[in-house]
Design a protein around this ligand. Structure first.
Ligand SMILES: Cc1cc2nc3c(=O)[nH]c(=O)nc-3n(C[C@H](O)[C@H](O)[C@H](O)COP(=O)(O)OP(=O)(O)OC[C@H]3O[C@@H](n4cnc5c(N)ncnc54)[C@H](O)[C@@H]3O)c2cc1C
Length: 329
């Protein structure tokens, strides 16, 4: 029989994983649930087999900047799952950031999703499991899944989803936690994924255009460390305002618009092998909640996520890590 887990964590993105790791290292039993097919949330990688070879794209988070020593240590502990990607500085420098100084930007290797997978190692994780509601019973917390079955009881529950998805889980139980989620706002992002038969005529691997009406970021994924490079794979991220204006447009239309803008930057010529679009409804935090995590010790209910600090992988990790600290205090 599986022993009763102390804590259920809804969401196995970087914030839920950071919380789970710290609790688990302190001896708590933890079970993570995620509606996705794997862990990692927005630290995501798409791999597509094509007749010309594998196309691989990090279509969510592009690189990770580390400012906090605890976060840097946690990443270093994943060993070969992280690698420096100096080229991200080229993109950064176009908006005047400190290119060429500080710690190098990091990426997962051989995929961005390698980082969350390494952080999830040894944790009890159930993927493809959407939690619809949580219920407080005399025995503890019970979680209801999409198929109507329940999980539990648990002593405590952590909601580690984007703010917009946290509110409905929290609102019946804690007005404070639900109100905090309602304060945060997250912008959407259309991502275009393009694989070419050969490298286009540019040396650039990352571009952060200044004042482009549609594009906020372009990266050559096949130039990142450890990637398959039979194809030249590019990720294009649309600006939040452009995405909002095009949110419900069909993917084909988005692909054609983003392709035109991409090829205006990197050049045309090589044969296009694959083109896809991915819509992130909740991509980048625009307005953060008032505190880095939420914890109601009487209820045994907490919340964490990037939306409590800012639109960065490090912010998500810190939110989960600090919530676990409060739960252990
Ligand atoms: C296009 C894009 C580009 C980005 N670029 C960068 C970048 O270059 N650098 C950087 O630092 N950051 C970047 N970010 C932001 C970064 O990816 C996020 O800040 C971070 O990954 C958020 O982690 P999280 O754990 O808070 O949320 P998420 O990663 O969203 O994890 C939440 C998880 O909850 C799950 N979930 C939601 N509801 C339920 C439910 N009811 N039941 C079960 N599971 C549920 C989801 O499936 C998801 O896995 C980018 C994000 C996007 C989308």
């Amino acid at each position: 029989m599986t022993p009763m887990a102390n804590t259920a964590i809804i969401g196995a993105g970087i914030s839920g994983l950071a919380c789970a790791r710290r609790l688990s290292e302190a001896g708590r039993t933890v079970r993570l649930f995620d509606k996705g097919r794997g862990v990692g949330g927005r630290m995501a990688t798409r791999r597509v087999e094509t007749p010309s070879g594998v196309a691989q794209f990090d279509h969510g988070a592009q690189y990770v900047a580390t400012r906090d020593d605890r976060f840097r240590s946690a990443l270093n502990a994943t060993g070969s799952a992280v690698a420096p990607w100096e080229a991200a500085r080229t993109g950064l420098s176009t908006r005047g950031a400190a290119a060429g100084s500080g710690d190098p930007p990091l990426v997962g290797s051989p995929t961005m999703s390698a980082i969350p997978r390494a952080l999830a190692a040894g944790l009890d994780t159930q993927v493809s499991t959407r939690i619809m509601s949580i219920l407080r019973t005399p025995k503890g917390w019970s979680l209801t899944k999409e198929d109507g079955a329940s999980e539990g009881p648990f002593e405590s529950v952590v909601v580690a989803t984007p703010a917009e998805q946290a509110g409905s889980l929290l609102s019946e139980h804690s007005k404070r936690l639900a109100d905090e989620a309602a304060e945060a706002t997250t912008a959407p992002c259309w991502a275009g994924l393009f694989a070419y038969a050969a490298a286009p005529g540019t040396d650039l691997q990352a571009i952060k255009p200044v004042d482009h009406p549609a594009i906020s970021w372009v990266a050559c994924d096949s130039a990142k460390p450890g990637r398959p490079n039979a194809l030249s794979c590019w990720v294009v991220h649309a600006r939040p305002d452009w995405t909002v204006a095009h949110l419900e447009r069909p993917a084909d239309e988005i692909i054609s618009l983003l392709r035109k803008d991409l090829e205006a930057m990197i050049g045309t010529g090589p044969e296009l092998v694959l083109a896809q679009a991915h819509r992130w409804r909740y991509a980048l935090v625009e307005k953060a909640a008032p505190s880095p995590f939420g914890w109601d010790a009487d209820l045994g209910l907490g919340s964490c996520g990037d939306w409590r600090i800012g639109a960065r992988v490090e912010a998500a990790w810190l939110s989960g890590h600090e919530l676990a600290g409060a739960m252990l205090a």
